[in-house]
Design a protein around this ligand. Structure first.
Ligand SMILES: *[C@@H]1O[C@H](CO)[C@@H](O)[C@H](O)[C@H]1NC(C)=O
Ligand SMILES: *[C@@H]1O[C@H](CO)[C@@H](O)[C@H](O)[C@H]1NC(C)=O
Ligand SMILES: *[C@@H]1O[C@H](CO)[C@@H](O)[C@H](O)[C@H]1NC(C)=O
Ligand SMILES: *[C@@H]1O[C@H](CO)[C@@H](O)[C@H](O)[C@H]1NC(C)=O
Ligand SMILES: *[C@@H]1O[C@H](CO)[C@@H](O)[C@H](O)[C@H]1NC(C)=O
Ligand SMILES: *[C@@H]1O[C@H](CO)[C@@H](O)[C@H](O)[C@H]1NC(C)=O
Ligand SMILES: *[C@@H]1O[C@H](CO)[C@@H](O)[C@H](O)[C@H]1NC(C)=O
Ligand SMILES: *[C@@H]1O[C@H](CO)[C@@H](O)[C@H](O)[C@H]1NC(C)=O
Ligand SMILES: *[C@@H]1O[C@H](CO)[C@@H](O)[C@H](O)[C@H]1NC(C)=O
Ligand SMILES: *[C@@H]1O[C@H](CO)[C@@H](O)[C@H](O)[C@H]1NC(C)=O
Length: 729
């Protein structure tokens, strides 16, 4: 670690100028003057000796072949650079080719000095680029290095020289609480793509949980009704009744698809099923196995409890394609039962479930750090511990020094969706760039558990530190945030974090510039919901003066986003009524945007005005007249409605993390109220995408005169590619 930092300083002063512009940073040695023009590259050549080779050492059981990684890489280049570089299989590096091959797998070392299959070298010369991996996964990370540098440099020029690069730690990534908030499977897939661009390799998905069970306020009946979810859907009779949210679940096909799509980009889905705490969804299914007073905890002594958990694992283990699975085992603390008793029960639970999982599937298991060995939590040392709370256990003294492997998820890097007393809503850059107490607030690395006390941290080369996962929780449940707000809460800090999880040497001074150059180009996702456009007007329909020709209505923005309509139009505008709708080729526009429309409801009929993939704007619903935005099942209403029989010029505005409606009397803000059923009510912002797919299509009746969508993001300097001009440029 320290020698790596030293080398970077030396190389920064090399005679021939700059190295590569990437996050994580790469120690590139410039060996020759001049550069290779990226645009002169003509193909991707896969070494025929290794085309079908896969990495057996990573955390996925479905590793892609070298040739499959090459195909994904080729698609990425087409997507973000617009270059057509076909994949060919060949014997050796060719002129103007990106040659992908494998080398000596013992040559690339992690922070503890062990070989890692994720290492790679990249070599550039006047005739082309060679990426040599310890395995195909190593090559994949090398393609991220190359792709990033090409998009970050205006003339796509590659310096001539070489780098050898490997991650310090084997587990790098994020955890998302999908238990207390449903996320469509496509969102998880897009997150994998975003993470992969910055070489994160693990997406931990927390599949079951419940809202905080406030036993001071809630009686048994209330606890039985409290929001809880188990997100996997199986028709197996053994788990019938466990999952009561069929339409907010992942089927086996969907989960397979997610795991394969993420593995294709080097990211492993690490599934977690939480018990014996945070297990209300299981107690609501089988109330007899819950502990009294707090039924979110299971009674491990009940003869049905361990068999029930084994049934769940038996059903779902065949779904999982990772070498490690997570059995939860977090926060098993009860208001009246003593910790000594609970620790003993807990240990027995972990032992039994660990043995069951390892014997049935050959996988290893992970738990959250709850009971330290000194409290009686003496579990099998093959179970790795995911540390989060310094008050639950000291990761260094309780676990590492007792022979446990520890994955760092210290709560200093926790995010809680939208609001929280102790936790922030975004990754903390001060911590990422200044967490290390050993060297005057040096950067974070996965062996740092305590930013104030050196004695509580492991040396960075300690072999028991597995890596780092930053966790995002949904303590306030499904209506506190939208799906995409989970992304925005990670967006700005994630690349910096990934540099530290890898062991890079990015500085805070370098970060802003590199972030701006790279962020718009992460392939395989469109989490920002960008829409390619020639100018700042993305879409414009004038329904009053424009003409409907053969069911098609013209977009006058110049972008050609013409609409299809089954509604009639008159010289007043498009006549929206039940049974007809207008459909655009667009789905959704992310922040910042203004969507202007002129509307005249002609009846009190409630229903959707605009609907898209991420949201919908409604003219009231069954119980309320208010104008409201939907995100998933949650409605966010204004204290306002469009007057029937009158024209209103309205603008729906997405400005940063807020969303407004403006009808000419100042902006009205859509907000959510956070709460735990009577406790902690906090009104706060909600950031909702513009719904664009459909106009009408429900019970709403009215006339829409025109519709215009503008992009309100500040464009880059003149002549540079604006973020939203990306694809058309
Ligand atoms: C592979 O690398 C290791 C570590 O650098 C080295 O000891 C070994 O000799 C190399 N093997 C070959 C075949 O080059
Ligand atoms: C991959 O695993 C195999 C078998 O355990 C081992 O022999 C090899 O050295 C490992 N390679 C790397 C790069 O870790
Ligand atoms: C899911 O089902 C519930 C109840 O069956 C329903 O209220 C809800 O609207 C459905 N959600 C979606 C996204 O279809
Ligand atoms: C757990 O279940 C067992 C078996 O039904 C029962 O004897 C025991 O009292 C229960 N434990 C608690 C703390 O209620
Ligand atoms: C620990 O768990 C592993 C894997 O299940 C098992 O092989 C081993 O026997 C266990 N050790 C003890 C002491 O129970
Ligand atoms: C630092 O951590 C060590 C080991 O946990 C502990 O003994 C010591 O009291 C801590 N120092 C301070 C100032 O908290
Ligand atoms: C209608 O919207 C109001 C206001 O947001 C909400 O309280 C109510 O639950 C909604 N009703 C239905 C049926 O969606
Ligand atoms: C809604 O607006 C009306 C009229 O301005 C006002 O009387 C009422 O208190 C408002 N309600 C809420 C919930 O803000
Ligand atoms: C969100 O749900 C909580 C209950 O968990 C409730 O108190 C709150 O009113 C809801 N907020 C909205 C905007 O519906
Ligand atoms: C989006 O709007 C917010 C709030 O108005 C502003 O702070 C931010 O800079 C805007 N973002 C861009 C990319 O223009």
């Amino acid at each position: 670690m320290h020698s790596v930092v030293f080398l970077t300083l030396l190389q920064a002063t090399t005679a021939f100028g700059q190295g590569l512009r990437t996050i994580p940073t790469v120690d590139f040695t410039v060996e020759l003057p001049g550069s290779l023009r990226g645009s002169s590259l003509s193909k991707i050549l896969v070494d025929s000796k290794f085309a079908e080779t896969t990495d057996e050492n990573g955390s996925t059981l479905i590793p892609p072949t070298l040739e499959e990684f090459a195909a994904t890489f080729s698609g990425d280049i087409a997507e973000v650079l617009g270059w057509d570089l076909p994949v060919e299989v060949g014997e050796s590096a060719g002129e103007a080719a990106i040659f992908l091959t494998l080398g000596n797998s013992s040559e690339y070392l992690d922070a503890a000095g062990r070989p890692t299959s994720e290492g790679y070298s990249i070599e550039t010369s006047n005739s082309g680029v060679t990426i040599t991996g310890a395995s195909p996964l190593g090559v994949w990370w090398g393609t991220r290095t190359l792709l990033q540098h090409l998009v970050a440099t205006e003339d796509h020029a590659l310096p001539l020289g070489r780098a050898s690069d490997a991650p310090g730690w084997g587990t790098r990534g994020l955890m998302l609480d999908v238990g207390r908030h449903y996320y469509p499977i496509e969102f998880l897939e897009e997150m994998c793509a975003y993470m992969s661009f910055y070489k994160q390799n693990t997406f931990h998905v927390h599949l079951s949980d419940n809202l905080w069970n406030n036993v001071r306020l809630y009686d048994y009946e209330h606890q039985m009704q409290l929001y809880s979810a188990f997100r996997l859907w199986s028709d197996d009779p053994g788990v019938a009744g466990l999952n009561k949210r069929h339409n907010e679940s992942y089927t086996r096909d969907q989960f397979d698809w997610l795991q394969a799509r993420c593995a294709a980009r080097g990211v492993t889905i690490l599934p977690e099923i939480e018990a014996p705490g945070h297990a209300l969804v299981i107690s609501q299914w089988k109330p007899e196995i819950a502990l009294p007073t707090d039924i979110s905890l299971l009674n491990i002594s009940h003869p049905e409890t361990i068999p029930t958990i084994k049934t769940i694992w038996k059903t779902f283990l065949p779904w999982f394609h990772s070498k490690v699975v997570h059995m939860g085992a977090d926060e098993y603390r009860h208001p009246t039962l003593p910790d000594e008793f609970l620790a003993e029960e807990y240990t027995r639970f972990v032992e039994e479930i660990n043995s069951f999982i390892t014997e049935t599937s050959g996988k290893t298991t992970r738990i959250w750090g709850t009971f330290a060995p000194r409290e009686g939590g003496t579990t099998n040392k093959s179970v790795s511990v995911q540390h989060w709370a310094p008050w639950e256990a000291n990761p260094m003294w309780d676990f590492i020094n007792n022979g446990y492997d520890v994955l760092n998820s210290g709560d200093r890097m926790y995010i809680v969706g939208k609001w929280s007393e102790p936790y922030p809503q975004e990754l903390n850059l001060d911590f990422i760039f200044g967490a290390d107490p050993s060297n005057g607030r040096g950067p974070f690395n996965p062996a740092i558990f305590d930013q104030n006390n050196v004695s509580n941290n492991a040396p960075p080369n300690h072999p028991s530190v597995l890596g780092h996962i930053a966790a995002q929780w949904n303590d306030f449940g499904p209506n506190a945030t939208t799906v995409l707000e989970a992304y925005y809460q990670w967006k700005g800090g994630l690349p910096a974090l990934s540099d530290k999880q890898w062991g890079g040497s990015l500085t805070r001074q370098e970060y802003a510039g590199l972030y701006a150059e790279l962020q718009p180009y992460a392939p395989g996702q469109n989490l920002d919901r960008r829409i390619p456009s020639k100018g700042s007007t993305i879409l414009e329909y004038d329904f009053a003066t424009g003409r409907l020709c053969g069911g098609t209505f013209e977009d006058t923005s110049g972008n050609g986003y013409h609409a299809k309509s089954s509604c009639a139009n008159s010289n007043e505008g498009m006549i929206i009524e039940p049974g007809c709708q207008v459909t655009t080729p667009l789905e959704s526009k992310g922040r910042n945007y203004t969507l202007e429309f002129t509307i005249k409801p002609v009846s009190n009929n409630k229903g959707p005005i605009l609907t898209g993939k991420d949201s919908a704007l409604w003219f009231g619903n069954g119980t309320s007249d208010a104008v409201m935005l939907f995100s998933g099942d949650s409605a966010y209403a204004l204290n306002y409605t469009f007057p029937v029989g009158e024209w209103t010029e309205a603008s729906l505005i997405g400005a940063g993390r807020q969303t407004f409606l403006d009808v000419g009397e100042g902006r009205m803000e859509f907000q959510t109220i956070l709460g735990w059923e009577g406790d902690k009510n906090v009104w706060t912002y909600i950031g909702i995408e513009a719904p664009l797919k459909t106009i009408g299509g429900g019970e709403f009746m009215g006339v829409i005169k025109g519709l215009r969508l503008t992009d309100d993001n500040q464009q880059k300097r003149n002549g540079e590619r604006g973020v939203d001009q990306l694809i058309l440029a």
